[in-house]
Each structure stands twice: as C-alpha cells, then as structure tokens.
Design a protein around this ligand. Structure first.
Ligand code: LHQ
Length: 262
C-alpha cells in the first residue's frame, strides 16, 4: 500500500510505522490518522509481522491533531467528536486489542493525541530529549484518544489530573520516574535500542504476549476472582501451544528457545 503521511516497512517480522509529517512535528491530519489506522490493520492481519514499532520522522514524535488541517472535518459542524468516532477511537481500540506487541520509540515531543498514541502502545521508550504534553486543556479540550483512561492507570489519579489540567510539558526523565514509559535512552541510540526490543518481541512467544495484553486489559474491569478465571482459561490455551512445548524443552536442554508464535 502506498502511504503519503506515514512510512511502513517490514523487516525481521517487525512492522515499523513512522509518522511522516516532520515539518509539523507529525501532527495528525485526517489523512494521517486514516493511513495510520490502515497501517495498524495491515500489521495486525500480516502473519509475517509479530511486533509493531511506532516512531516519528524528524525532531518530533507527534504533536497531536493537526490544528491547521482544513480537512479536519469538525470545523463546519463544530463536531470534534466525529473524528474521534470515525478514526481515532477504532484505531486505539485496535492497538489495545491487537494480538501483537506495539513498541513506541518516542523520538521527540508527544503532545495531545500524539501522547495518547505513545500511551496506547505496549512498551514506550523515549530519547532523552523527548517530552510529553497533554496539550488539550491549553486549547479548551479534554484529553482524548484514550488518555483519560490510560494516563491515570500509568501514573495515578493525582498526576493524571495535574497533567491534564495544567498541561505542563514534561521531560522523558520525568515520564520515566512516573511510570509513564519503560525506558529513557540517549537520543542517538533510541532507534537501535527500540529495534532491538521490537526484534526480541517479534521472535518471542507471540501468542503468550497476546494473552498477556488481553489479560492485563481485562484486569481493568475484572474482580480478582474473574481475573483468576480468565488466567486459567488463557493459560489452558497457552499450555497447549507449540511455543510452550518449545519453551520448556529449551529450558530443560539448556538452549535458547526458538519460538514460532504459535
Ligand atoms: C502544528 C501542531 C499541531 C498543526 C506543531 N497542528 N501544526 C483534537 C481535535 C479534534 C478531534 C480529535 O482530537 C483532537 C486531539 C488533540 O490532539 S488536541 C491537541 C492538539 N495539539 C496541540 O495542541 C499541540 C500544539 N503544538 C504545540 O503546542 C507545540 O508545537 C509543541 C509543544 C508540540 C512543540 O513546540 P515546539 O517544539 O516549540 O515546536 P513549534 O511549536 O515551533 O512547532 C513546529 C511547527 O509545527 C510549527 O509550524 P511553523 O510553520 O511555525 O514552523 C507548528 O505550528 C507546527 N505544529 N503542532 N498540533
């Protein structure tokens, strides 16, 4: 597929999606969110892809919705919910439900819905010069694309409230200290580190990683008792997988496991 606002490349079973409007810090035009949604769906459907790596071109990760985009769609109708309904929300749902891990390599500022994309990923690592900004309240909106749900779960209620209401631009180190992201690395090493991480996940037990995602997601709405039942059901499935048999055999034979993702 030919994209205009993103780059899509598959290597070593990792699909790399690069948001590619660097002159606007990869702000999300209607075309970009449409193409990003298509790319996520493509990666999900491709059996040759076992991990997604998401990053931004240039000095920014993503500056959120493109406030200057004439095709934004909400200007005439003043319906800011329409784009969420049509483009953002299905994509965030797909990212969280996707049976493959998503790594975000946050290479610069992640603002507004751009920050939501980073938070909706499974593992986010950032370059030292990256920053995070819940920009929404600065322009009279509320955090969207999942941020009001994702953020308090990552950093706790108090920090989520202050981040949303005061909208400070916080450093990668601060985001790390608050548990918003997994790792901070030197800018120059970010893509190498992120690719190493993504390639490791891509050669991992994909079904097990998918069930981990599923169980952690479900835990947000489940009681402990419901979660115990879910763990039992999912473990039953994984217990019959080829990768579990391989994992145990490799352990007993003192060799690295060769997982096939089944
Ligand atoms: C931009 C943007 C941008 C256009 C930088 N748009 N051009 C909303 C509406 C409806 C439905 C769906 O959901 C949403 C959700 C949202 O995401 S709302 C939040 C939208 N994002 C923002 O409010 C962030 C706006 N940007 C900024 O505050 C700053 O640009 C940050 C802090 C991200 C970066 O600051 P700097 O590093 O100082 O860069 P800059 O401001 O100089 O930006 C570079 C260029 O990118 C500049 O263009 P220019 O022609 O002057 O060089 C900016 O205008 C453009 N740009 N963000 N969101």
């Amino acid at each position: 597929m030919k994209y205009q606002t993103i780059l899509y490349e598959t290597r070593d079973q990792v699909a790399t999606i690069t948001l590619n409007r660097p002159e606007r810090l990869n702000a999300i035009s209607r075309q970009l969110i449409e193409e990003f949604g298509q790319a996520i769906a493509t990666a999900e459907a491709d059996a040759g892809v076992r991990c997604v790596l998401l990053t931004g071109a240039g000095r920014g990760f993503c500056a959120g919705a493109d406030l200057a985009d004439p095709s934004r769609g909400d200007t005439a109708t003043r319906d800011a919910g329409a784009a969420l309904d049509k483009y953002y929300n299905p994509t965030i749902r797909r990212m969280r439900a996707m049976a493959k891990p998503i790594v975000a390599a946050v290479n610069g500022v992640a603002a507004g819905a751009g920050m939501s994309l980073a938070l909706a990923s499974d593992i986010a690592i950032a370059g030292k010069s990256a920053s995070f900004l819940q920009a929404f309240a600065r322009i009279g909106l509320l955090p969207d694309a999942g941020s009001t749900w994702l953020l308090p779960r990552l950093v706790g209620e108090q920090r989520a409230r202050a981040l949303a209401m005061l909208a400070p631009q916080i450093s990668a180190e601060q985001a790390l200290a608050w548990g918003m992201i997994w790792q901070v690395v030197e800018d120059a090493n970010l893509m190498d580190e992120a690719r190493t991480l993504a390639t490791k996940l891509a050669s991992g037990p994909t079904l097990s990683l998918a069930r981990i995602k599923q169980a952690l997601m479900a835990s947000n709405g489940n009681t402990l008792s419901q979660q115990l039942d879910l763990e039992r059901d999912l473990q039953r499935e994984l217990g019959r997988s080829a990768d579990f048999a391989e994992g145990v055999a490799a352990f007993l034979q003192k060799r690295p496991a060769k997982f096939q993702g089944r």
